[in-house]
Unconditional design. Structure first.
Lengths: 235, 96, 767
């Protein structure tokens, strides 16, 4: 069972994601953006960074990368896709997730630790989070302010499309509407979040709450595969 | 075949929060320009298109603006033709 | 690049060599070396290669006195960066560099390109950069111009570092009026490389190709040498070319990845980054190192602008470029790697025999100069040094005339002084800056940008790297040698406090005009202090940087030896951190203070007594303290440890309390004036906490190392309470009937608030 981590020119959290995926018990592989296939990956992560330098608009160029065709097809067939930070931005630009990520309200890059509430635990990305647990995760971004026009925002909330919200004493670091920091698509297979679970995968580094999300993803894929009668290798 | 040069101005959608515009506006009194208001900040893309007609060129730029140069969810744009000419087109590296 | 250039009407113009910043003596040396007069292109190349920045002509004899050897030093000074073995087949590569003058001109780009440049130096050794530390110095934070500089520089450091994905985990931010017109931006980079994969910047193998990788060459950074442009003038109204180098961190990131791939796959014979003096420097130094020559085919160099003159191409400082030496059979693979990383790659020449650097344009030979003459034969100047006059500070109102006296004012509350110190721009929380920096990318940061030394674990094993950078400019104006030595001691102490063993030192020497005897004396003294401390602490200097001419009409900067130390923690689980951990832990002071407040933050706040003097440094005791700390960490004896630095003991205790969210109840015996005990910045001291049951063990270990270990009190409550006890607790103030409070007693929350608001308030921003 393999998780593919897509690498765009300028991605810089790809190796972090790979390391965390392996800690979560799955095999991982970096997938260069020029590929048109996923080399057998069972789930995908679009990692953080500055794909194409964030030029034009963050994620605007990456969404047209050759690999995005295969990413769309994977999602269309029910495959899981998790976009982290820059990856989230790419997915919104690609129209695979609603809304847009604007410049932080402070107009500055913000780095720090946030507390995040898990709004839905019935998704492949959050099933392993214990009830009532809030996650402590780092953020590091210049464009993390989640925005959607009022009607789309209302629809998103109504259908349970909000996956994670900023909460706790640190509050909302970037002005995101409704304190939204993670969303999930209407089929429940594509999700995006601004905080970095892959940097909170070991307590040595400050928090291992990110593992709840990664383990959810890995477990969900493993379960689906064994239901389908496939061999699953999970550490 | 002719060459058409367009400017595409991309601005935040009318009514959207424009924190950059506001930051610029807030700084203006320090420059003795307290009478300036309603500042909005965007960006401009300049490009040349080699096409048979202005309509074809403009249609192409419109499509690019919608699909790529701007994000319709949060931005609006205006396309302006600034130059047209025959043949190879205008040199791009003019000294400024 | 600091070239002095003057432009006068043609009739009065001085000779070209002087307009390029070369002395008559230097021209004569060039003529003798070549056996003829140099042409304009050759002169331009000499003028940049023999500039202070590239040739170290004023500092070379001093730097030769530094200890550079060590058992584990694999690469010492002279290369792109130093490399020290750490075991398991790995080595750490690190260096600090300055980008001061460009940051004064264009703060964002100056800082950004400073980061880009030091990253490339590390990458050119084949090392993957894992951490950045930025040491910044500015003038008075109240000034609008200072605030603009701070904003720009912090933006630039973050803008580049965050984009390339290397965490900025530490640094320094210091305000002092002497930096107002000459801000300092010193950036340190640390990387990791496999011992058998270290790359070298040598143009070996006659016939091998030179491949220029990265951004197309433009006119960045040509600056003073643009007097040559007027010699080739076509357009009379064309303005002087801009000197500012523009950084592209996206290209920087691609270049880092491509270079590391080229080195890892052994596709290049040698590689170097292009920094000061651009292609000329990279080519000449690589040839010099390999005892070969190089031929540059100018027409093959990709340009960003049309109509560039040959000298512009040869000395341009366009960023994000590397020069690789490639064997012909590897060429296709190298070009493929560059294509995949979207980088321009052009074959711009080849390695030749004979030792000359030749520049050829479409078959016409434009220049021929021995590479060694450019890279290694700049005239070294014996500058003259003269000590600065002894500084006597004007006493602040109410300041006692004798140093033995206690706190300066009648009824002064030491708690108020503590709060005032925590609220100072140089001591308060750095969060205003550090939240702009990504300090956790790379998922290796165990301790970053908040407390003392930064600590990064090395994936795949138990090792971790500890790193710190420090300087003591406030002290250096009084005694530059002492300040440099104490800065080394402080860095090494910050590393030792984590439990790590220091591996080596890098240094960035920022001083004024070396032709000014006093400024040169400051530089010479600093090097002397640096050498003495490194020898005593057995730390090799692995490389560094010198930045001179940091002065303006308003005066010169405080002498600033910016020190960087990297250490190795064999087992990251042994890491000791600064914050107090548990109520009930015993707080101890390791080491003991000495009197001498000159140069301290307290002196800046309260005004030093006119006869006050700097503290003293005992390097042997410092060494013993560091050894004690390592052994204590190895024995898992300590709950926490923090070095005593700026603001002194009271500030160090307050920091441990604030960071841990736990108060402290302590008493301090006073044999020295209370101010010296509470706020003096004498070296060789650490505030530690230890579980009560292990205090005896710690005391015994300290005794073994001859380090004083004084029980101060206990962690607990929500207040910081420090009582002064013993004879002299109130000093002479009592004799004046002052009724000075004997204790500091403040709510932790209040101290934290002062500490948090210090920097935003100083900069005129909300917290």
């Amino acid at each position: 069972m393999k998780v593919g981590v897509v690498v765009f020119p300028g991605s810089n959290c790809d190796r972090d994601a790979l390391h965390a995926v392996r800690l979560a018990g799955a095999a991982g592989e970096l997938l260069w953006h020029e590929r048109t296939d996923l080399h057998g990956a069972d789930a995908l992560i679009l990692p953080g960074g500055f794909a194409h330098g964030d030029y034009l608009r963050t994620g605007a160029i990456a969404r047209f990368s050759p690999i995005m065709g295969a990413v769309r097809e994977h999602a269309a067939h029910g495959g899981l896709v998790l976009g982290i930070c820059n990856g989230f931005q790419v997915l919104t630009e690609a129209g695979m997730l609603p809304g847009a990520l604007l410049r932080n309200r402070s107009l500055r890059f913000e780095h720090g630790w946030v507390t995040v509430s898990v709004e839905r635990r019935d998704t492949p990305f959050t099933a392993a989070v214990p009830a009532g647990t809030r996650l402590r995760l780092p953020i590091a971004h210049g464009e993390g302010c989640f925005y959607a026009p009022a009607d789309q925002l209302a629809a998103l909330e109504a259908r349970g499309g909000v996956l994670l919200r900023y909460t706790g004493p640190e509050g909302n670091p970037n002005g995101s509407l409704n304190d939204i920091c993670g969303v999930i698509d209407d089929r429940g297979r594509v999700a995006g979040l601004m905080p970095h679970p892959e940097r909170a995968a070991e307590s040595l580094l400050g928090s291992d709450d990110g593992m709840f999300l990664l383990r959810s993803l890995v477990a969900n894929v493993a379960e689906a595969m064994s239901r389908a009668g496939q061999d699953v290798a999970v550490a | 075949m002719a060459d058409f040069r367009f400017n595409v101005s991309v601005m935040p959608r009318a009514g959207m929060l424009d924190p950059q515009g506001r930051a610029v506006e807030n700084a203006l009194p320090q420059l003795g320009a307290a009478s300036v208001h309603d500042v909005r900040v965007g960006r401009r893309i300049e490009l040349s298109v080699a096409e048979a007609s202005e309509e074809a060129a403009r249609a192409l730029v419109e499509r690019l603006a919608h699909d790529f140069l701007a994000n319709p969810l949060i931005e609006e744009w205006q396309i302006e033709l600034v130059w047209r000419g025959e043949g190879a087109g205008r040199p791009l590296e003019a000294a400024r | 690049m600091t070239l002095v250039a003057t432009v006068r009407p043609p009739a009065e113009q001085p000779p070209l060599h002087r307009r390029l910043g070369l002395t008559d003596e230097e021209l004569a040396a060039i003529v003798e070396r070549l056996g003829r007069s140099p042409n304009d292109l050759e002169l331009a190349m000499f003028s940049v290669m023999w500039s202070e920045h590239c040739s170290y002509k004023s500092s070379k004899p001093l730097l030769a006195t530094l200890p550079t050897r060590g058992r584990d030093v694999i690469v010492g000074p002279g290369g792109n960066a130093g490399v020290v073995r750490i075991g398991d087949g790995l080595a750490v590569c690190f260096k600090i560099e300055s980008h001061n003058h460009p940051s004064a001109v264009e703060p964002y780009q100056g800082a950004a390109t400073g980061v880009g440049g030091i990253l490339r130096d590390i990458v050119a050794m084949g090392a993957r950069p894992v951490a950045l530390l930025d040491a910044l110095k500015f003038g008075d934070p109240v000034d609008g111009s200072t605030r603009r500089l701070v904003s720009g520089v912090v933006g630039g450091v973050g803008g580049y570092g965050n984009c390339v994905g290397v965490p900025t985990v530490g640094g320094e931010l210091t305000f002092d009026a002497s930096y107002a017109a000459n801000p300092l931006v010193n950036v340190m980079c640390v990387g990791i490389v496999a011992e058998d994969a270290i790359a070298h910047a040598a143009a070996a193998g006659v016939g091998n190709q030179l491949v220029l990788i990265g951004s197309a060459t433009g006119r960045d950074g040509i600056g003073g040498a643009s007097v040559l442009a007027s010699a080739n003038f076509v357009d009379e109204t064309r303005q002087m070319r801009p000197s500012v180098q523009i950084g592209d961190p996206f290209a920087g990131k691609l270049l880092i990845e491509a270079t590391l791939e080229l080195v890892e796959r052994r596709l290049v014979v040698g590689i170097s980054d292009l920094g000061a003096a651009g292609l000329t420097c990279a080519a000449a130094e690589m040839a010099d190192r390999a005892d070969t020559g190089v031929r540059i085919d100018l027409e093959a160099v990709p340009r960003r602008e049309p109509g560039m003159a040959p000298f512009e191409v040869m000395i341009s400082e366009t960023q994000e470029r590397m020069l690789a030496v490639v064997a012909p059979e590897r060429l296709d693979e190298v070009l493929e790697v560059c294509r995949r990383w979207e980088l321009l790659a052009a074959i711009v020449g080849r390695v030749t025999a004979g030792g000359d650097l030749t520049v050829v344009d479409d078959g016409a030979e434009l220049a021929r100069v021995p590479a060694r003459a450019l890279a290694g034969e700049a005239i070294v100047f014996s500058r003259v040094g003269r000590p600065t006059p002894r500084r006597r500070s004007a006493p602040a109102p109410g300041v006692p005339l004798l140093a033995q006296d206690g706190l300066p004012e009648r009824g002064m509350d030491p708690g108020a002084v503590l709060e005032a110190l925590l609220g100072r721009a140089n001591l308060g929380s750095r969060a205003w800056v550090t939240r702009r920096y990504d300090s956790t990318v790379g998922s290796d940061t165990v301790e970053g940008s908040t407390h003392g030394a930064a600590v990064l674990r090395i994936k795949g094993g138990r090792q971790a790297l500890a790193m710190a950078t420090d300087s003591l400019p406030g002290l250096a104006v009084h005694d530059p040698a002492l300040a440099a030595a104490m800065a080394v001691a402080e860095c090494a102490r910050n590393v030792a406090v984590t439990g790590a063993r220091s591996l080596g030192v890098t240094n960035c020497l920022n001083f004024g005009d070396p032709t000014d005897a006093e400024a040169f004396w400051q530089l010479a003294e600093s090097v002397r202090g640096l050498a003495e401390a490194c020898r005593a602490l057995e730390l090799p200097v692995t490389g560094g940087n010198v930045s001179l001419y940091n002065e303006s009409a308003a005066g010169r900067i405080a002498p600033t030896a910016q020190i960087g130390v990297v250490g190795l923690l064999e087992d990251v689980s042994l890491l000791v951190r600064p914050p107090f951990r548990r109520s009930g832990d015993v707080v101890v002071l390791l080491g003991e203070p000495n009197a001498g407040m000159a140069g301290s933050e307290y002196a800046a706040l309260a005004g030093a007594a006119p006869e006050d003097r700097p503290p003293t440094l005992d390097l042997e005791r410092e060494k013993a303290l560091h050894q004690l700390l390592r052994r204590a960490a190895a024995g898992r004896l300590l709950s926490s440890a923090q070095d005593v630095g700026g603001g002194g003991l009271a500030v160090a205790i307050a920091e441990c309390a604030i960071w841990g969210g736990l108060g402290v109840e302590a008493q301090l015996p006073v044999a020295l004036p209370p101010a010296a005990v509470l706020f003096g910045e004498s070296p060789g001291r650490v505030v530690a906490s230890v579980a009560p049951g292990r205090l005896r063990e710690l005391a015994a270990l300290a005794a073994e190392h001859l380090v004083p270990c004084l029980r101060l009190g206990e962690v607990g409550t929500d207040r910081v309470r420090i009582r002064l006890v013993g004879v002299g607790a109130t000093g002479a103030a009592e004799e004046r009937g002052a009724g000075v409070a004997d204790e500091i007693d403040r709510p932790l929350a209040e101290l934290e608030r002062a500490w948090r608001q210090a920097l935003p308030r100083a900069l005129g921003e909300e917290a």
